[in-house]
Design a protein around this ligand. Structure first.
Ligand SMILES: C[S@@+](CC[C@H](N)C(=O)[O-])C[C@H]1O[C@@H](n2cnc3c(N)ncnc32)[C@H](O)[C@@H]1O
Length: 192
């Protein structure tokens, strides 16, 4: 098991509902999530819930040097781990719900893309609404919000509620399966 997997597993065991997965996402899923971003044009990209950095790695590699990459992670140990591993990324130890304030503190109004690793199926209705609302508020017109959830969680009422809140805030969205992940996942992509 790699250091990355161990760091992630430790945080999962300390707080299973909040971390939401025992292992980091695969690089296939990370590729599918980050492929939704127009890297040539993006000047601000936000990541919510980077965990041990499965998506952060690709964002750090693919973002234009002129693009700011800002990651909000609630778990203090994981935030410190990602900040040390990816110095090119501005890691903030804060809740995703605080996204508009975190951006305002950095003089940023709108962003080009938001990618999320948050375990929305474990969130209360208030948490889901607060995060989806915050993302919708900061995305520029045409900007993308990309998130994922596990296939087996689709039947949960909390997953249905999450899809409803995406529909309410964004209208239409795409859903694509990614089988090369443990467990298999669905990627949701919304455009503001
Ligand atoms: C399922 S892990 C995903 C990690 C990584 N993106 C991946 O796919 O491997 C979810 C991450 O979201 C973080 N998290 C949970 N609730 C959060 C919140 N309200 N704000 C910011 N981060 C949160 C957890 O601490 C955890 O690191």
């Amino acid at each position: 098991m790699s250091n990355l997997d161990l760091r992630f597993l430790r945080s999962f065991l300390a707080n299973p509902r909040r971390v939401g997965a025992a292992f980091p996402s695969s690089q296939v899923l990370a590729g599918r999530i980050t492929d939704s971003i127009d890297f040539a044009r993006a000047r601000v990209i936000v990541e919510l819930g980077p965990g041990a950095g499965a998506f952060t790695r690709q964002l750090a590699q693919r973002a234009d040097p002129a693009c700011r990459v800002i990651a909000l992670e609630l778990d203090t140990a994981l935030a410190a781990y990602v900040a040390a591993r990816y110095p090119r990324v501005e890691v903030v130890n804060a809740a995703a719900q605080r996204l508009p304030q975190v951006l305002a503190e950095r003089g940023i109004g709108t962003v080009d893309a938001v990618v999320s690793g948050l375990p929305f199926a474990n969130f209360s209705a208030e948490q889901q609404a607060a995060v989806v609302g915050a993302v919708r508020t900061v995305l520029r017109p045409g900007g993308a919000f990309v998130s994922y959830s596990f296939v087996h969680a689709q039947v949960l009422p909390t997953s249905r509620r999450f899809r409803r809140s995406l529909r309410d805030r964004f209208g239409r969205f795409d859903i694509r399966p990614v089988l090369f992940n443990a467990p298999p996942a669905l990627v949701y992509r919304c455009v503001a």
